[in-house]
Design a protein around this ligand. Structure first.
Ligand code: ADP
Ligand code: TRP
Length: 323
């Protein structure tokens, strides 16, 4: 079974990204042949800052490795290191109806946010389909926001196979993570860069713990019982604390006599401790500057080998090369 997913290099990794994307990907690398890539071509659809792109790609690679991606198990590469994906995207776009792309809400959302309505932004799902089909992927783990893009991928794949033969490309299955995976941000809404309510996973201890202390709470006095429903502290604490520590914080809410400052401090300590092994691994990776380059170069070579095979098959099927 081949499992493939892509992550956009779009800035500092936060706790939502970790539990929503990194941790599940790290777990899945034991369940099949994992292909994980940094979607740098896709990142170009929302920002054209070359220095930021270079830096974000590197940072994501370091962070993903620090979080447990094992290059012995997973093929880890930059999307643009396999430019063949663009040829497949072109072939797919020739069978992709405009109407299929016109109904994609991610395009509508992004243009509504003020991102320029470029051709690449419109064609984003076609490149994503090419990412998936180029590696004969069977399973594609993604967040709920990417569900429609997976449907587009399947529609395009079915169409291609109808026109050029049933075995031209493999139909992928999405693995959509459940709603429960949504991590709350410091203000109680979904944690997201676009809301400015994130808790990064790497950084300096003092400012990060200070962020935790800024969590919005109600003004229940110290001595009174505190509501557990609608709490921002509790669901975050649950991610990091042992079940006994979590139960004790719930009990302290119900009893009263403990203030929010104390709860936040427990949360800040648990959060800091949780990421200690990842921080240590990250420091090791950073101490060997060529390590990341070696991993990505090796991943690119392995990915490209597979991509070439699939593209060769597709080129034959569509008549671009002799049978
Ligand atoms: P952001 O909303 O901060 O811009 P992205 O859209 O770049 O985050 O998300 C990258 C990955 O992290 C996606 O797979 C997404 O599903 C996951 N993710 C982001 N925020 C959360 C969250 N609050 N809870 C769970 N998963 C999240
Ligand atoms: N669009 C995805 C996101 O923003 C990233 C991505 C690009 C991807 N190509 C992919 C995810 C292929 C899964 C498979 O999260």
């Amino acid at each position: 079974m081949r499992i493939l997913t892509g992550l956009q290099p779009s800035g500092k990794l936060h706790v939502g990204n970790y539990f929503g994307a990194m941790e599940p990907a790290v777990q899945l690398q034991d369940e099949g042949e994992a292909y994980y890539f940094i979607a740098d071509y896709h990142a170009m659809t929302s920002s054209q800052d070359s220095a930021a792109l270079r830096e974000n790609v590197r940072e994501l690679a370091v962070d993903f490795l620090a979080c447990g991606l094992d290059p012995e198990k997973a093929v880890f590469f930059r999307q643009s290191a396999v430019p063949e994906v663009n040829e497949l995207a072109w072939i797919l776009s020739s069978v992709c109806p405009m109407s299929l792309l016109a109904k994609c809400h991610s395009y509508k959302d992004k243009t509504a946010q003020g991102i320029a309505a470029s051709h690449a932004l419109f064609a984003y799902p076609v490149l994503m389909a090419a990412d998936i089909l180029l590696y004969d992927s069977n399973k594609v783990p993604v967040g709920k926001d990417q569900k429609q893009h997976l449907e587009v991928t399947r529609d395009i794949a079915v169409k291609l196979n109808e026109i050029y033969g049933a075995d031209t490309v493999i139909l992928p299955e999405p693995i959509i993570r459940a709603d429960t995976a949504i991590v709350v941000g410091l203000d109680g809404r979904k944690m997201s860069k676009s809301y400015g309510n994130t808790l990064p996973i790497f950084g300096e201890e003092k400012p990060l713990k200070k962020l935790v202390m800024k969590i919005t709470t109600d003004s229940t006095p110290v001595e009174s019982p505190k509501p557990t429903e609608g709490s921002t502290i509790l669901p975050l604490y649950k991610l990091f604390a042992s079940s006994a520590d979590y139960a004790s914080m719930v009990a302290d809410h119900e009893k009263g006599g403990v203030g929010y400052g104390d709860f936040k401090k427990r949360l800040a300590d648990a959060y800091w401790e949780y990421f200690a092994p990842m921080r240590a691994r990250r420091a090791e990776i950073l101490a060997d500057p060529s390590y990341v380059d070696r991993v990505l170069a090796d991943g690119a070579e392995r990915a490209r080998e597979e991509a070439t095979k699939v593209l060769c098959r597709v080129r034959k099927a569509v008549g671009l090369s002799p049978i």
